[in-house]
Design a protein around this ligand. Structure first.
Ligand SMILES: [Zn+2]
Length: 164
């Protein structure tokens, strides 16, 4: 898939994320799953709305895409996320059998509150996966995506830091 196509889908993901609001406290994180140039599913983070700690955008999207495809395996598909997937979502991506994971803002672009682990990183999980046909790329529209979130040095109230 071309960079231009990745950017087009990432723009859609950003627009979807913004439907939750424009403040970082609105948790504007969105993911899309695309196959053969068609959108299978797109969802936002819904943890607070559903009282479900696993309702990250990527998990929601994997569930919706599986339902749309009538298949739990999403081979040939690309998962786009406005933010580098956390460990849970990275593992879910591996299990979902998508071919590619493409994200916008990376770990270093945003506050540490978005990640559960101090050192383990999405990219390491994927590098170490049994699957050799899975790729991951970051930094697609990174600045636009990062602008949705708390920055590394922002003084985020502890009650908003979901990882502690
Ligand atoms: Zn996640």
């Amino acid at each position: 898939m071309s960079r231009a196509e990745d950017e087009r889908w990432m723009r859609e993901a950003i627009a979807l994320a913004r439907t939750k609001g424009s403040e970082p406290s609105d948790t504007p994180i969105a993911a899309l799953i695309v196959r053969d140039g068609k959108l299978l599913a797109g969802e936002c983070n819904a943890t607070a709305e559903t009282n479900d700690a696993t309702a990250h955008a990527e998990i929601m999207t994997i569930r919706a895409a599986g339902a749309a495809a009538g298949d739990m395996e999403l081979r040939g598909a690309t998962l786009y996320s406005t933010l580098q997937p956390c460990g849970m979502c990275t593992m879910a991506s591996i299990w979902s059998k998508v071919d590619r994971v493409v994200f916008g803002a990376g770990r270093d672009d945003v506050h540490r509150m978005y990640f559960e682990d101090r050192h383990l990183d999405t990219v390491d999980f994927i590098r170490d996966a049994f699957r050799d046909d899975l790729s991951i790329e970051g930094g697609v529209l990174a600045a636009e995506c990062a602008a949705l979130y708390y920055r590394p040095d922002d003084d985020v109230p502890e009650e908003e830091q979901g990882n502690i």
